[in-house]
Design a binder for this molecule. Sequence first.
Ligand SMILES: Nc1ncnc2c1ncn2[C@@H]1O[C@H](COP(=O)(O)OP(=O)(O)OP(=O)(O)O)[C@@H](O)[C@H]1O
Length: 250
Amino acid sequence: MNPVSIKNLTVAYHKKPVLQEVSFQAPEGKLIGIIGPNGAGKSTLIKAALGLIPTASGEIKVFDDQYKKQRKRVGYVPQRGSVDWDFPTNALDVVLMGRYGHIGWLKRPKKRDVELAKSCLDKVGMLEFANRQISQLSGGQQQRVFLARALAQDADVYFMDEPFVGVDAATEKAIISLLNELKAKGKTVLVVHHDLQTVEEYFDWVLLLNMRKIAFGPTKSTFTVDNLQKTYGGRLTFLTDQQVAVDGKQ
Ligand SMILES: Nc1ncnc2c1ncn2[C@@H]1O[C@H](COP(=O)(O)OP(=O)(O)OP(=O)(O)O)[C@@H](O)[C@H]1O
């Protein structure tokens, strides 16, 4: 059974397609990087998979079933910029939101849920900020809280939209070790990622995307110079055999 199976997915904004005929099947228990230039449709792909935006055509299955029926098994870490951080809530409540699929809306979280939420905050080094308003956390701390929420959900598949953006080296390390922990538990994690230098180190599989699927497969055989050139076009320069730069940036 594939955790995520996408067939011929086409998504358009105002009739202009931004994803065309994208198909892939994510294997279980892998860290999968979603790689491509700005505007390639990476966030759109995630939002479509989660039913957050309408699709023009195609089929999305989660564990061979409709997403709606498997929602509890799917965790989402949104792009930091897409979240209303002024929403008056504290870090612990954000993490508890991850438990609502288990608790049920309008029901009070049980002591067990609160303890679990706290342990997730502890895991990302944020327990001491449990009662802090989220608007009063730094960007990297906010990101950690959202990861704690995803952990608390105890999902089987995770979609993460650029979790490494704007975080320091220590937080990046903490996030990657968390991703590896999820993987060790057999979870599948799909991560939108921009830093080409770390792709081989972080991900088992990659989806190279630029409106269409350019390639999908194990990183070693898929994250090749040829495929990168197809994904980024002329905007890619090769500094050395190991180093590539997009728009002159490494
Ligand atoms: N709500 C929207 N309305 C209209 N067009 C949109 C909307 N959201 C995204 N787009 C367009 O769809 C295309 C794909 O956007 P998307 O955010 O999926 O790209 P991305 O690969 O995640 O980019 P980035 O790396 O810059 O985050 C872009 O051309 C973008 O301008």
